[in-house]
Every structure is written in structure tokens, then in C-alpha cells.
Design a protein around this ligand. Structure first.
Ligand SMILES: Nc1ncnc2c1ncn2[C@@H]1O[C@H](COP(=O)(O)OP(=O)(O)OP(=O)(O)O)[C@@H](O)[C@H]1O
Ligand SMILES: [Mg+2]
Length: 380
């Protein structure tokens, strides 16, 4: 949306009134400031302003933006009109309002001009601020759109590769394992048989690695059965792989599906926080909880590790430690909240909350429809 200068006449009310009062006291005359609709922003004596005000507004409405004087003759000729001097306030060539001072036009003019100049300067400063804010907002919107797009493309790519690994590569490796197993069974020569068994074990190990890779990239379970199933599997694997005890509490949401972007975001946050724990925390125990309530879904991952100074995070982000920064960004795209608390020697807790409007189309509880989540298939 293009920025509209015409919308802005945001003069601080106290500033406007002080300016009016100072000039009114100096000249012992009435003084007013009005906007381009004729609305009075500040006046010295409101009851006595109508005539000058109306003249000024008329001038504006006619499209004239030059300053003009209401003369002695005008005062005599038109009933209620008081002589004085009117000066427009111009912003970028557009008349956004005006400044009027009653009294002898020659005496009133320099005061009116000076005051209009002040008003103009104040408005221009406000306008610059507004423009900067507007540009910043536009930039943020664009950044969010780009980030969203990037995440979408990245997730789609991961989904494809993961499916391929899961459906094609794994199947081929499984066939090779079965073939090698049968071959080993038929082999009479113990040395050759041994070689085949070694080969088969190697392929089995490769199959395991492929499964882990597919799981890291994008678990098929996440799309098929949802966040809880995928998170349970991830936590289980992680605990086995790194020998860290995890208390996971997903029970209350085990039958629930969230919007795909919520599911993938929470899954990625679980991955990153658990990766951080194994990389940095030296923890022996982790607590993971997924809960809902008060229109929000909340994920907590807490460890009993060495902790760290969270104040250093902005410095760390500048030195290519981007995991926490990335989590924050992803959560803000969903209008959620990201918190990290850490105490040296005690551990770290990451909490994220995402709005979860319980509309039917946004969060379908499958237990309600009588459809239970199918049993998870075992890998291998
Ligand atoms: N659970 C944790 N326990 C202790 N320190 C942590 C923990 N999580 C994060 N940190 C500290 O915060 C820093 C920033 O974490 P962040 O995830 O942003 O970056 P990183 O893990 O270093 O790199 P990457 O960009 O690969 O994620 C880490 O380098 C580490 O010092
Ligand atoms: Mg990290």
C-alpha cells in the first residue's frame, strides 16, 4: 500500500496549545491552528474564533494555499468577520492546515508565519517518523513473507527427499538385505558366507542411517499421523541414540491434529532444542511437554544441563549461532511467543506458545470423530 502523506496531521496537542497561548499572550489577540478539514487543533479563545476560522477554511477549500490577510474593510463588510492574518501549513506542497492570528494583519503576519513554520517543522518530523515506521513495517512484512516462502520451499524439498529415502531407498536396501541373507544361507563355504554376512550387516547399518536421515529431514509420520506421533518417535530415537533420559508428556494431545505449519514448526523446535542439549548442555535428564489451554498450544523443553548466559544470545546470533534466532523467527511467523530461561549450573528451559483457535477446520480432534490414530509402524 502506498504511503499517504495527506492522512497525517498529527500535531502534539500540548505543543499546539502552548504555541497558541504564547502568541496570544504576546499579541493579546486570538490565535488558532486548524487542520485541512477545518477542524480546530488548538485555539486561544474558542468562543471568538469562528470568523477567522471560517475564512481560513474557505481559503483551503478553494484550493488556495497562499497566505492571506483579512482586512479592515473585510471586517466592516462581513458580519462577524475579524481582521487578521492566515498562513497555510504546507507539507510536501500539500496544504495540511493553517495558522491564524487576529488583529492588524501587518502585525499578525510575522507571528503567524513563524508559528506556522514551527507547526510545519513539528509535522515534518512526525511525518518522517511515520514514514520510517511505515517503511520498517513494510520491510518486516516482506521479510516475513520471504521467510515463510523459504521455509515452505525448504520443507517441501525435505519432504520429497525424505519420502524418496523412505519409500524407494529403504525398500531397495531392504531387498538387498533379504537377498544377501538368502545368499548367505545357501553358501557352504564359511569364509564366503562370513563375507556376505559382513556385507549384509553393512547394508543394514546403511538402512538405519537412511532411516535416521529421513527422520531428521522430515518424518513421514508427521504428515501422516501428526505432531505427537512424530515427536514421540523422535524423542524415543534421541533418548536411545544419546543415552539421555527424557520424560515426555504428550498424552493430552495424542489424538489431535494441528495446522500443518504449526505441526512442522513445533517439530522443528523440538529438534533444535534437543540438538542444542546434546551439543551444549551436558544434561542427563530432559523434560518435554506439549499442552494446550487458554487458546494456546505450548511446548516446553527443559534440561538439567550446565546452562548458559542468555544475554549473550544477540552476540551469538551475529557469530553464526542461528538455531535460537531461527526458532524465534519461526514462532513469530505464527504470532507465537518464544521464551528461553537458563541458569548456569541448573539448566535451560525453552517454552513456546502458539495461538490455537479451536475452530473445527483448524484443529480437528480425531477422537471426536471416532477415528483413532492408527498404530505407528515400526521401522527396520
Ligand atoms: N540447552 C542448552 N544448554 C546450554 N547452552 C545452550 C543450550 N541451548 C543453547 N545454548 C547456548 O546458546 C548458544 C546458541 O544456540 P543456537 O542454537 O542459537 O546456536 P548453536 O547451537 O551454537 O548453532 P546452530 O546455528 O547450529 O544452532 C549455543 O552456542 C550455546 O552456547
Ligand atoms: Mg543450535
Amino acid at each position: 500500500m502506498a504511503y499517504k502523506v495527506k492522512k497525517y496531521f498529527k500535531l502534539d496537542a500540548k505543543f499546539a496549545q502552548s504555541l497558541v497561548d504564547i502568541i496570544a499572550a504576546e499579541l493579546n489577540q486570538n490565535v488558532i491552528i486548524w487542520d485541512n478539514h477545518g477542524v480546530i487543533i488548538a485555539a486561544y479563545i474558542r468562543e471568538r474564533i469562528s470568523s477567522l476560522h471560517e475564512c481560513s477554511v474557505l481559503m483551503l477549500k478553494s484550493g488556495k494555499i497562499q497566505e492571506f490577510a483579512v482586512t479592515d474593510e473585510d471586517e466592516k463588510r462581513y458580519r462577524g468577520v475579524r481582521k487578521g492574518f492566515n498562513v497555510p501549513v504546507l507539507i510536501e506542497g500539500y496544504c495540511v492546515g493553517g495558522f491564524g492570528v487576529t488583529g492588524e494583519p501587518d502585525r499578525a503576519a510575522p507571528y503567524a508565519r513563524l508559528a506556522a513554520h514551527f507547526v510545519q517543522a513539528a509535522l515534518e518530523s512526525n511525518l518522517r517518523k511515520e514514514k520510517l515506521m511505515h517503511a520498517l513495517q513494510e520491510k518486516r512484512k516482506l521479510q516475513s513473507t520471504l521467510l515463510n516462502k523459504m521455509i515452505e520451499v525448504q520443507e517441501e524439498e525435505r519432504r520429497k527427499i525424505s519420502r524418496e529415502l523412505h519409500d524407494e531407498t529403504s525398500q531397495s536396501l531392504t531387498s538387498i538385505i533379504v537377498g544377501l541373507w538368502m545368499l548367505a544361507e545357501q553358501m557352504d563355504d564359511p569364509a564366503k558366507k562370513e563375507k556376505i554376512v559382513v556385507m549384509r550387516n553393512l547394508v543394514a547399518k546403511t538402512l538405519d542411517d537412511v532411516h535416521c536421515l529421513a527422520l531428521e529431514l522430515r518424518p513421514v509420520l508427521l504428515d501422516d499421523l501428526g505432531l505427537v506421533a512424530a515427536a514421540e518417535r523422535y524423542v524415543e530415537n534421541y533418548s536411545r541414540q544419546y543415552g539421555i533420559k527424557i520424560d515426555a508428556d504428550f498424552a493430552s494431545l495424542s489424538q489431535v491434529r494441528f495446522k500443518p505449519e504449526v505441526e512442522i514448526t513445533l517439530y522443528r523446535i523440538l529438534q533444535e532444542t534437543l540438538t542444542n542439549i546434546v551439543k551444549h548442555a551436558k544434561a542427563t535428564h530432559i523434560r518435554v511437554a506439549l499442552q494446550s489451554g487458554r487458546g494456546k498450544i505450548k511446548l516446553t523443553v527443559a534440561d538439567n544441563g550446565i546452562g548458559f548466559n542468555t544475554e549473550a544470545l544477540s552476540y551469538l546470533a551475529a557469530t553464526n549461532s542461528l538455531g535460537i534466532h531461527g526458532m524465534r523467527e519461526r514462532i513469530s511467523l505464527l504470532a507465537g511467543e518464544f521464551k528461553i530461561r537458563s541458569t548456569k549450573g541448573t539448566g535451560t528451559a525453552v517454552t513456546v506458545e502458539i495461538p490455537w483457535p479451536k475452530k473445527k477446520e483448524e484443529a480437528g480432534s480425531r477422537s471426536g470423530s471416532g477415528r483413532r490414530r492408527p498404530k505407528q509402524e515400526k521401522r527396520g
